[in-house]
Design a protein. Structure first.
Length: 107
């Protein structure tokens, strides 16, 4: 299967069960991510890996944000938001951190 065929046939999985990715698979994924376009080698990104209790804390933060944004949020919506962080045993966040460089335009 070609890379484009893989992208076109991709489907989302609503919930990933334990054990999740292995350390070898995660290493391969991160190495591939580090190969993303990087004009000027600024490395304008960082990765945050969340597993175990860190996912619980993320779910709590997400529900706190939802609840703080509106007083009309149901308890069911708050609980559903908490559970979103638990859909997979490992969560990988990619954070964009732009860096200025005098010879590289922003756009």
């Amino acid at each position: 299967m070609s890379p484009i065929e893989a992208l076109l046939s991709r489907v989302s999985v609503p919930r990933v069960l334990e054990p999740g990715v292995t350390s070898v698979e995660l290493d391969l994924l991160l190495r591939a991510g580090l190969r993303a376009c990087d004009h000027g080698r600024l490395k304008p990104y960082r990765f945050i890996l969340l597993e175990g209790e860190a996912r619980d804390r993320l779910g709590e933060s997400m529900s706190d944000y939802l609840h703080g944004d509106s007083v009309d949020v149901s308890e069911d919506a708050i609980e559903a938001t908490k559970l979103k962080a638990l859909r997979a045993p490992t969560l990988l966040s990619v954070i964009f951190c732009p860096r200025d460089h005098d010879k590289i335009p922003e756009t």
